[in-house]
Write a protein that binds this ligand. Structure first.
Ligand code: C5P
Length: 263
C-alpha cells in the first residue's frame, strides 16, 4: 500500500524503506552512510549536519548554548539546504551544506563546532524543531540516515538499524586524520604560529585534545535525557575498531541483502 502521511504540513512517505546508522562520533557512520546510499541509489540524511548548523549559528550569534528558547528559535528559523557538488539535489556525495544561501560546509565540519553542536543537541526543543525536517528526507526509493537517534526516535520503523562503534582511541585518530586531510586540502584553517614552532609536539597535543573532546561529546550524547546515544533494541552492533571501511561496508551489504533491501 502506497501511504503518504502528512505531519505538520510535511508529506512523509511511510513507504520508503530506511536504513538507520547510529553511533558515536568518528565511528565511520558518515562514510558508511554515503557509500551505502550511493550503492543502493537511495537518499542520504546526515542528521549531525543539522545539529552542527544550529551549533554554528548559536556560536556566531553569541547565544548561550543552554538558553533553550534562543537556540530552539535559531533551529526553527535556520534556512538549511543540502546540495550535492553539482548544486542540485541533496542526495549525492559529497554533500554541501548551505545556510541562508551561503555554503557553510567547511565551517560546520571544523573541530570548533563539535562542542556547540553537541550542547544544542541536548536541548529538547531543538530536537523537536529538527524532527520533521529529518523525516522529510524519507522518500522513495529509500533513505540511509546517520546520526545518534535515527533508529530509536526519528525512524523507529527502519528496516535495518546499524549501531557502529569503535574504541575512543581509534575514533580520535580517525578524526585527527580527517581534520589533517581537510587542512591539507585547504578547507580548514592553517596551523597557528605556535603550532609551527613545535609541530611534532603540537600534533601530539592536538591528538590528545581531539580525544578529550571526543570523550566529552560521547558522555554528553550518552547521558542527555532526550534521545540519548543508545543502540535500538533491534540494532545490529558493529565494532569497527579493527575493521576497514571496506570490511564494514561488506558486512552491512550482507545484511542489506539478507533483508531484501535495495535493488
Ligand atoms: O555526527 P556529528 O558528529 O556530525 O554530530 C554532531 C553532534 O550532533 C553530535 O555530537 C550530537 O551531539 C549531535 N547529534 C545528535 N543527534 C543526531 C545527530 C547528531 O544529537 N541524530
Amino acid at each position: 500500500m502506497n501511504e503518504t502521511r502528512v505531519s505538520r504540513g510535511v508529506a512523509v512517505s511511510s513507504l520508503a524503506d530506511v536504513i538507520a546508522i547510529d553511533g558515536p562520533g568518528a565511528s565511520g557512520k558518515g562514510t558508511l552512510a554515503s557509500r551505502l546510499a550511493a550503492a543502493l541509489g537511495w537518499h542520504l540524511l546526515d542528521s549531525g549536519a543539522l545539529y552542527r548548523v544550529v551549533g554554528l549559528i548559536a556560536q556566531r550569534r553569541g547565544i548561550d548554548f543552554d538558553d533553550a528558547e534562543s537556540v530552539a528559535e535559531a533551529a526553527r528559523n535556520a534556512d538549511i539546504a543540502f546540495k550535492d557538488s553539482a548544486g542540485t539535489l541533496p542526495d549525492a556525495s559529497p554533500i554541501r551544506v548551505f545556510v541562508g544561501g551561503i555554503d557553510e560546509t567547511d565551517a560546520i565540519r571544523s573541530a570548533e563546532v563539535e562542542q556547540p553542536a553537541s550542547r544544542v543537541a541536548a536541548v529538547p526543543a531543538v530536537r523537536e524543531a529538527l524532527f520533521v525536517t529529518q523525516q522529510s528526507f524519507r522518500r522513495p526509493p529509500g533513505l540511509v540516515a546517520d546520526g545518534r537517534d535515527m533508529g530509536t526516535v526519528v525512524f523507529p520503523d527502519a528496516r535495518l538499524k546499524i549501531f557502529l562503534t569503535a574504541s575512543v582511541e581509534a575514533r580520535a585518530q580517525r578524526r585527527f586524520e580527517q581534520l589533517k586531510d581537510r587542512e591539507a586540502s585547504g578547507s580548514l584553517r592553517a596551523p597557528s604560529d605556535s603550532e609551527h614552532e613545535n609541530p611534532a609536539g603540537s600534533l601530539d597535543a592536538e591528538l590528545r585534545a581531539i580525544r578529550a573532546s571526543t570523550e566529552a561529546r560521547d558522555e554528553r550524547d550518552r547521558t542527555r535525557p532526550v534521545s540519548p546515544l543508545l543502540p535500538a533494541p533491534d540494532a545490529v552492533t558493529i565494532d569497527s575498531t579493527e575493521m576497514s571501511i571496506d570490511d564494514v561496508m561488506a558486512a552491512v551489504m550482507a545484511l542489506v541483502q539478507e533483508r531484501g533491501l535495495g535493488r
